[in-house]
Design a binder for this molecule. Structure first.
Ligand code: ZN
Length: 68
């Protein structure tokens, strides 16, 4: 039975092993962290925000329903 469980992770950028205690976890280094950030910035993970003009007036039918 293993006494210690050494959880090893891999840097998502360069696939190098990273310790969980590492300050840059889950990245092996600051450089890889910045590379990952760069992916977001360059639009690899861009969340499209459709521009919709929803300036419709909501119909107010509630007033007529209150009429008992
Ligand atoms: Zn790395």
């Amino acid at each position: 039975m293993p006494r210690k469980r050494s959880i090893k992770a891999r840097c998502p950028i360069c696939k190098k092993e990273v310790k969980k205690s590492d300050s840059e976890f889950p990245f092996c280094s600051e450089r890889c962290r910045i590379v990952d950030l760069g992916k977001w910035a360059s639009g690899a993970y861009v969340i499209s925000s459709p521009v919709q003009d929803t300036s419709e007036d909501a119909p107010e039918d509630d007033k007529s329903k209150q009429n008992r």
